[in-house]
Write a protein that binds this ligand. Structure first.
Ligand code: FES
Ligand SMILES: [Fe+2]
Length: 281
């Protein structure tokens, strides 16, 4: 990995001294990482261990500012956090403007080492830390950031993989036999590939239902999302989708992809996934 970019372009003089740093290589493109950096909404969902909630104040391509709730829930504290992107310099800073840790600045430099690999170097600048405690505080930040980047990496890798998938052609939407209804019910919930995409079959109050297992917002994973009150909630940004209407409860214009129809043969009891009748017509 090359030297952090801020060694060439200086930080502001008021930036507190560094107490530690963290670096890693991510197996994703720089574009995926910038997308993740500007995605303020995922904080309390993907990183629920570190953030309780978020209320956006403003956002643009240059960054975002928000009020962020911190755990533990029974003693919730709040910070105002701003993230400022210096895209040309390949770096961004997250500043705590108010609340616990006010004045902290986390500088991150991004270094695209290959088309699908990005180096990340993070530097933790915390005001008022006595020299004797700097190493311990720096190590705490490094542990926190390792966990956050682990989660971000999984999210970015899934998005990369999905975005690289070829669009399934109509020939891939062939009927798929799932055995008898009884054997299918014994395996629920189950994820099956149909038409080149994953769908999940669930038991919704005794009724077998099929729903798309990817989120239409940003391709988040719905294959393991619990079914609660007829809806699945995406773990990336917390949007809930009614699996009957397919509509997103928070953003009704957003809908799950239409699912194949599950037919059960009255004679044999065999279950088959096939294109919905309207589409076959
Ligand atoms: S990917 Fe954002 S809510 Fe699912
Ligand atoms: Fe993140």
């Amino acid at each position: 990995m090359t030297m952090p970019v801020w060694q060439a372009s200086r930080m502001p003089d008021e930036t507190p001294p560094a107490v530690g740093s963290y670096q890693r290589r991510l197996p994703v493109s720089l574009a995926r990482v910038w997308e993740n950096v500007l995605d303020w909404e995922h904080l309390p969902w993907l990183h629920s261990q570190a953030f309780l909630d978020i209320a956006l104040i403003e956002a643009s391509a240059a960054g975002w500012r928000a009020r962020v709730g911190l755990p533990p829930a029974e003693r919730r504290s709040e910070i105002e956090l701003e993230l400022v992107v210096e895209r040309e310099a390949g770096r961004y800073v997250a500043r705590t403007l108010s609340g616990p840790g006010a004045g902290t600045e986390i500088w991150t430099s991004l270094d695209p080492t290959e088309e699908h690999e990005t180096g990340v170097h993070v530097s933790f600048h915390v005001p008022g830390v006595p020299a004797a405690q700097a190493e311990r505080v720096g190590a705490g930040f490094a542990t926190l950031y390792r966990g956050l980047w682990d989660q971000d990496e999984a999210m970015m890798c899934r998005r990369s993989e999905w975005l690289a998938r070829p669009r399934p052609g109509p020939e891939s939407a062939k009927p798929l036999s799932l055995g008898t209804e009884a054997s299918l019910r014994a395996r629920l919930p189950v994820v099956v590939e149909w038409g080149g995409r994953p769908f999940r079959i669930v038991d919704d109050g005794g009724v077998l239902r099929v729903h798309a297992a990817w989120c239409p917002h940003a391709l988040g994973p719905l294959e393991a999302a619990p079914l609660v009150d007829g809806a699945v909630r995406c773990p990336w940004h917390g949007y809930a989708f009614d699996i009957d209407t397919r509509k997103c409860r928070e953003h009704p214009a957003l809908r799950l992809a239409s699912a194949p129809q599950l037919d059960v043969d009255a004679q044999t009891g065999n279950a088959t996934l096939r294109a919905p009748e309207a589409e076959r017509a």
